[in-house]
Design a protein around this ligand. Structure first.
Ligand code: ADP
Ligand code: MG
Length: 872
């Protein structure tokens, strides 16, 4: 570096540091940092062309469009790079010519990315200064970061980094978002106005017209049938690149202006007679996702070069026989074709292969989980049909056909020696609890214990109450309390067999559980304990002892049940309510405690069938697709905000009749508060302005779990008339006296979530109402809310939601551990089934993918799942 360059770099570094100290607000310069950098580059002369400076500037491309966090990171990187200049040798090496400053044309070095043009000593000096070991593409491997590609334009590195593309492999998997079919080459006289066309002709005139933002470059192209103009707006550099006498290809939509046909900012390139050489025009042109700092032609040219060199080197994780069998393209070919398809058929084949891979990785992952769960022997129950009949006899209702079917499916799992892994899916109110109860009862009848886990304490309380009610009169003949696996039933008063100390302990437990003699039935009643924070210390210790000794049959609690130090005598069945992902870790935790119980996961989120295989692929599925008879339809209506007064009259009437009401508010950003009240503001307004005489409670996300439970409990016990809440209310809380739910800003929520909200009412015998407040004009929002007005079938709504919004949005937020599909179509069940079959076949041979030929596959599956859990 010369002294002059040093001064320039220092000035730049000082400014960047100042910007960073100022909180990256982009106000330390008058016209913004981007403008400053352009001016600086123009004024700094050779300093601006130092490779390290170029890299530093590259970090800052698109600064004005970055978030504050991105800005801070970009500044930090740029400053660090500038610092490196002062650490290396102070004498200036011979500088190489590098691409022009950022203010100028990004596509200037058209044709190709310079790869090995520099002389060696110059390249080495560049390497040293840039601190990166750069090499020609062909010498790099797939995991090399882009900046290692010799001669790569720093703007590409910066732009791609912003898209999360860092390595060559990332780039190969940076798929086009669409393709423009511009293979129809025409002569100029044939061009149709309004159509996407391609012409090839000679440039007969180039002119720059106007200046500043109005600047246009007008290019006239002629062939033997006529001539046509192409207008490029505000792209001064075009006039340097397109010269009279050249032959070029133009692709784009033909428009008219002043009665003349023209192309407006078409894609273009210099024409070479080899048809395969056409890149931007005259083919299925890939349109890649771009971001600030990336320009279409430059990106396409760069990706083409990388794909051509690197795709043939991609190793396939599937052996050729498998490919043949499943009619799949080799991976390298699929990657080449997905970027630059020869035609629609090969594009479809490439999509099929890459989609298949995604399904395959998911299926291998979920099937491995399932194996992990089932590989060890579990407990084969003997189904006690007498006990089951007794339960049915004592129920105040008849089981629905769907409930009976689910119970049968569960029983047949329980009979097997491998642990059950089953998902019970049923809409709100479909009666999952009694199904769980029937299964838990069998665990008890087989001398085992059962655990039922809920996401919150108040839901656990609710479950404990329901279970006690359902099972309180069911007599279960049983073995002695000790955890022997003997199947000898003691029909008589087995308690006479206990020694006095054991008998006293049992009596204490029964009194702690508050069981009456009718419920105890001489020791044959089912002993259900609720293990939550509300137990006193002494009682808690006793209950824990009772669980460890096997005196307690069923334990209900939150998920803390398995994380805490609860010791079971013989845990035979775990039921998990409303946790969509009862993760691998939780199962492992159970295993590590020495249990290998059957497992039933319940969810009220209706999940379309096409999704269950991917998301819950490790579970077998039972569905309750029938509502118990005699349910009322909840009246659902969408109203505008202007009708709030009417809604409030309705609320007042309901409360006057002794009913309760929920009011749900979406989370709102500070900037939106003018339009949409937050839950806090809604609470203030309702309590102090609208209903000063009524009892209004507030439940929001900032409360602790304990505080939330307290508010919910008070509402349940009718200490409040109205509950204002954010989405935290969602899960299965049961307050039969609540008959109206009002949802503010209803368009903000997913259909599945709205349906869940609606399930909070209509749980008693009073007519119930769901009122959706929304002023949204958005067509999609309107359709979603209309669907909710028209149907109460959760599965139907889920399908509609999936269609309208796609799987990513389906759960409102992405579930952790739900992998994202880039290429596979969620609805492509055929391909999914094929991938599942292959996953099965591969794992049957080699369950842990330990064979050398599965090495690559194993790594791919691991990477895929690691990425999924990270971003989820
Ligand atoms: P969810 O599936 O939402 O957990 P629940 O198990 O809480 O539903 O059941 C909702 C209500 O329906 C409960 O009051 C339950 O007693 C009742 N119920 C369950 N099954 C039936 C049935 N077959 N016939 C009538 N009522 C039923
Ligand atoms: Mg439930």
């Amino acid at each position: 570096m010369t002294e002059a360059e040093r001064q320039q770099v220092i000035a730049l570094g000082r400014l960047l540091a100042a910007e960073r100290r100022d909180g990256c607000a982009d106000r330390v310069t008058t016209d913004g940092l981007v403008a400053y950098l352009n001016q600086w580059s123009a004024a700094a002369g050779s300093a601006a062309r130092l490779p390290a400076v170029q890299r530093a500037l590259g970090c800052l491309v698109g600064y004005d469009g970055m978030t504050l966090v991105e800005r801070d990171q970009a500044l930090a990187e740029a400053i660090e790079i500038l610092r490196s200049l002062f650490r290396t040798a102070p004498t200036a090496p011979v500088e190489t010519t590098v691409p022009p400053s950022p203010a100028v044309d990004p596509t200037a070095n058209a044709g190709h990315v310079p790869v090995t043009k520099r002389n060696t000593s110059a390249r080495q000096s560049r390497k040293r200064a840039a601190n990166v070991d750069q090499r020609p593409l062909a010498e790099l491997n797939l995991d090399a970061p882009l900046e290692q590609i010799a001669g790569i334009d720093w703007r590409l590195v910066g732009g791609f980094r912003r898209l999360g593309v860092r390595t060559i492999r990332d780039l190969l998997y940076h798929f086009p978002r669409r393709y423009d079919d511009v293979r129809n080459r025409r002569s100029i006289s044939e061009l149709q106005v309004g159509a996407e066309e391609t012409v090839i002709g000679e440039v007969t005139d180039v002119r720059t017209i106007g200046a500043g933002p109005k600047l246009r470059v007008r290019v006239e192209v002629s062939d033997e049938t006529g001539s046509i103009e192409a207008i490029f707006f505000n792209q001064r550099w075009i006039a340097q690149q397109i010269r009279v006498g050249q032959t070029i290809a133009l692709s784009g939509k033909v428009t008219t202006f002043g009665g003349k046909r023209q192309f407006s900012s078409p894609r273009w390139e210099r024409y070479t007679p080899d048809p395969d050489a056409l890149l931007h025009t005259g083919r299925l042109v890939p349109i890649h996702p771009l971001t600030q700092g990336l320009h279409e032609n430059q990106v396409r040219r760069f990706i083409k070069q990388v794909v051509d060199t690197m795709a043939p080197q991609v190793e396939d994780h599937l052996p050729p026989v498998r490919l043949q069998h499943a009619r799949l393209l080799p991976l390298g070919e699929a990657l080449a074709q997905i970027h630059f398809p020869t035609d629609h058929t090969s594009l479809a084949a490439a999509r099929r292969r890459l989609g298949f891979d995604e399904f395959l990785f998911i299926q291998i992952g979920v099937l491995q989980r399932k194996r992990l769960w089932q590989q060890e022997m579990g407990y084969a129950f003997t189904i006690d049909s007498q006990v089951h009949a007794e339960l049915q006899r004592l129920l105040p209702f008849q089981l629905t056909t769907a409930q009976q079917r689910a119970i049968e499916e569960i029983f047949s799992d329980l009979r097997r020696p491998s642990p059950m892994a089953r998902l019970l899916q049923g809409d709100v109110g479909s009666g999952k609890t009694v199904v769980a109860a029937a299964a838990l009862l069998q665990a008890v009848a087989n001398g085992f214990q059962g655990a039922l886990m809920a996401p919150t304490e108040i839901l656990a309380e609710q479950h404990a109450k329901n279970l006690k009610q359902l099972l309180s009169r069911v007599r279960v003949p049983r073995k002695t309390t000790s955890a022997t696996a003997s199947s000898a039933y003691q029909q008589a008063d087995w308690r006479s067999l206990l020694d006095p100390e054991e008998a006293a302990q049992l009596a204490e437990i029964i009194s702690i559980l508050g069981m009456s003699p009718e419920e105890d039935m001489g020791g044959h009643g089912v002993r259900v304990a609720l293990l939550t924070g509300s137990l006193g210390t002494r009682e808690r210790r006793r209950v824990l002892e009772g669980i460890a000794r096997g005196e307690i049959d069923l334990v209900v609690g939150t998920h803390a049940l398995i994380t805490e130090t609860v010791q079971f005598a013989q845990l035979g069945l775990v039921v998990v309510d409303e946790q969509h992902r009862f993760g691998v870790e939780q199962r492992l935790r159970l295993k590590n405690k020495g249990y290998n119980p059957h497992m039933l996961v319940m969810t009220a989120t209706p999940i379309p069938r096409t999704l269950t295989m991917t998301i819950y692929g490790d579970l077998d599925v039972s569905v309750l697709d029938e509502r118990p008879p005699g349910r009322q339809e909840i009246r659902t209506k969408r109203v505008g905000r202007a009708e709030r007064a009417k809604v409030y009259r309705h609320i007042r009437k309901q409360v006057a009749e002794g009913r309760q009401v929920y009011v749900i508010c979406p989370l709102v950003e500070e900037s939106e508060k003018l339009d949409l009240p937050s839950a806090e503001e809604m609470y203030e307004r309702l309590q102090h302005e609208v209903f000063p005489d009524l009892r209004v409670a507030l439940l929001h996300g900032k409360l602790s779990a304990r505080e939330k439970d307290d508010v919910m409990r008070a509402f349940r016990d009718h200490q409040y008339d109205i509950l204002v809440a954010t989405a935290v209310i969602e899960v299965g809380i049961d307050v039969p006296n609540a008959t109206t739910i009002v949802i503010e800003g209803a368009e903000r929520f997913g259909l599945a979530q709205l349906h869940q909200f609606r399930g909070r009412v209509g749980r008693g015998h009073h007519q119930s109402y769901c009122i959706l407040i929304s002023d949204s004009d958005n067509q999609q929002s309107k359709e979603r809310l209309a669907a909710l007005e028209q149907t109460t079938d959760g599965f139907k709504l889920a399908e509609i939601d999936l269609q309208l919004r796609g799987p990513g949005e389906f759960f409102g937020t992405r579930q952790s551990g739900t992998p994202d599909l880039k290429m596979a179509q969620q609805g492509d069940t055929r391909l999914l089934a094929e991938a599942r079959a292959l996953a099965d076949a591969i794992l049957a041979d080699d369950p842990e993918l330990k064979r050398p030929e599965h090495d690559l596959l194993r790594r791919k599956v691991n990477d895929f799942w690691a990425a999924a859990t990270q971003s989820g």
